[in-house]
Design a protein around this ligand. Structure first.
Ligand SMILES: [Zn+2]
Length: 490
């Protein structure tokens, strides 16, 4: 079995007076956690135990019972009547911090010893234990009850006593097929939220190698991420090479235009003030605006990719590695824009991988070398050009491709996406059975020359991949493509 976790954030609706109670609850939680951190520091051996054993030990040290009337370090010094479940949540928080602190300290001591053994000067400062505590209160079972879609009853510390209060919940609903963890009270953006971790169990998706090597009908969704209009071009193909569907996820021009405009404003403000006014309110707002849009587009595009893959029964998502950012020349807004567009590709990948995993899909990345220059059908070099231009040479970013070898004609990003999918299959094929010849390097190809031509570039053997069956009948903009192709805006 595999599991995936995520957190659902819901905002709380409460009477204004209750806000102070939530704050008091959080304060008390941190006081108790800080207290237990001290107890652990005084009894470091506790950290050699499992969390469960450590909990028992720490309770014996601090909690008075009939059998244990005079604990060594009584928790009552902090407060009386602290509910058991509140105490335990705080103990776990303290244990987490202590484990991390002592492990850092151990590593530091080791480095110090090593330096001393070599007679070197050691100036690195030791890690320090937390000076202040600002953890969010986790509410274990017993601290909350009667949770419904729209409300929950919480046991909170008012500053003088424990009280049950009912609060409204708004925001995303909890999905059905998940296991709910303990919610936490979070103060964010001037209000209190309830964050609930969710755990989903599902049959382990296995390994990519197994999917690719044991079933020729395994479907892959290959994704070509771009900086221009089509943010993502996805194709579904089987391991043996049948192409089933394509989708173009648009919206790139709009986001790019928006971002460039905001960056232009930032540059304008900076010129006006004569300084880099990053901390100033006007620019902080603009930066936030850009970030929010980048973030939401990344979520939309990644969600759409995973949805498309699922819809067609794909079990693997394939991306190419991002490579390096090629710095643009020109104005600040232009440079900043291309940098952010590049970062957004990284975010889309990260979110898609995460979303795919919780749906039971695997994600892989392949070498990006020449994915746009290779013909998905015969693996020769393609010509890339704009509509109206002659189909020769290679114009980076142009929308069309033509393969002079086999006559394949079509959309350049779609071709790249197919090549990306094929690369994954190639990785698991026996290299002795003859890889498809790597296209020879052309003049002016990507700057990283020198390593580009592989030894098998000379080989004229049969490509081991069956030819991609998409070519002739799939000319760009003419006739109906063989597979189902869709265009969409996000
Ligand atoms: Zn070709």
């Amino acid at each position: 079995m595999a599991k995936a976790t995520k957190t659902i954030r819901q905002s709380l609706g409460y009477q204004p007076a209750h806000a102070a109670w939530f704050a008091a609850t959080k304060d008390l939680f941190n006081q108790v956690a800080a207290f237990y951190f001290e107890v652990i520091a005084a009894h470091e051996k506790v950290l050699d135990c499992s969390n469960k054993e450590a909990l028992t030990l720490l309770e014996t040290l601090t909690h008075a019972t009939q059998k244990n009337p005079t604990p060594v370090m009584p928790l009552e010094a902090i407060g009386e009547d602290i509910p058991a479940m509140f105490r335990r949540a705080a103990i776990h928080a303290a244990l987490g911090s202590a484990r991390s602190f002592y492990s850092l300290l151990r590593k530091w001591k080791k480095r110090q010893e090593q330096a001393q053994a070599k007679g070197k000067k050691f100036t690195e400062r030791p890690p320090v234990p937390p000076r202040s505590w600002n953890k969010s209160a986790t509410l274990y079972a017993g601290q909350w009850k009667e949770r419904t879609r729209s409300s929950i009853v919480l046991k909170v510390w008012t500053g003088t006593c424990w009280s049950w209060i009912k609060v409204r919940i708004t925001g995303r609903e909890l999905p059905e097929d998940v296991e709910m963890g303990s919610p936490s009270l979070i103060w964010r953006g001037n209000q209190w939220w309830l964050h609930t971790p969710l755990e989903k169990q599902f049959a382990s998706p296995g390994t990519i190698e197994k999917h690719v090597t044991t079933n020729t009908q395994t479907k892959m969704c290959a994704v070509d991420l771009n900086l221009h209009e089509h943010l993502a071009v996805c194709t579904i193909q089987t391991v043996e090479g049948t192409i089933l569907a394509t989708t173009f996820i648009g919206g790139g021009r709009r986001i790019s235009g928006f971002r460039k405009k905001q960056l232009g404003r930032i540059a304008h403000n900076r010129r006006k003030t004569g300084t880099i006014a990053e901390g100033e309110q006007d620019n902080a707002d603009l930066w936030r605006k850009i970030n929010n849009v980048d973030e939401s587009i990344s979520h939309l595009v990644s969600a759409r990719i995973v949805q498309f893959a699922k819809q067609h029964g794909a079990t693997i998502l394939v991306f190419e590695h991002l490579g390096h950012l090629k710095p643009e020349k020109g104005k600040y807004s232009r440079r900043g824009n291309s940098k952010r567009a590049f970062w957004m590709k990284g975010r889309i990948f990260k979110y898609a991988k995460y979303k795919a995993y919780s749906e039971g899909l695997l994600t892989s990345r392949v070498n990006p070398r020449n994915t746009s220059r290779e013909c998905a059908r015969c693996h020769s070099l393609v010509a890339r050009y704009k509509q109206g231009q002659s189909a020769e040479g290679y114009t980076s970013g142009a929308p069309l491709v033509l393969c002079p070898q086999c006559g394949m004609k079509g959309n350049a990003d779609r071709n790249a996406s197919l090549v990306i999918g094929q690369r994954l299959v190639k990785r698991y094929q026996n290299p002795l059975q003859g890889k498809p010849p790597t296209p020879p390097l052309v003049e002016g190809a990507e700057k990283s020359a020198g390593v580009a031509v592989c030894q098998d570039a000379k080989s004229e053997e049969e490509p081991s991949l069956p030819e991609a069956r998409h070519a002739d009948r799939n000319e760009h903009g003419t006739g109906a493509p063989q597979d189902s192709t869709s265009q969409e805006e996000i």
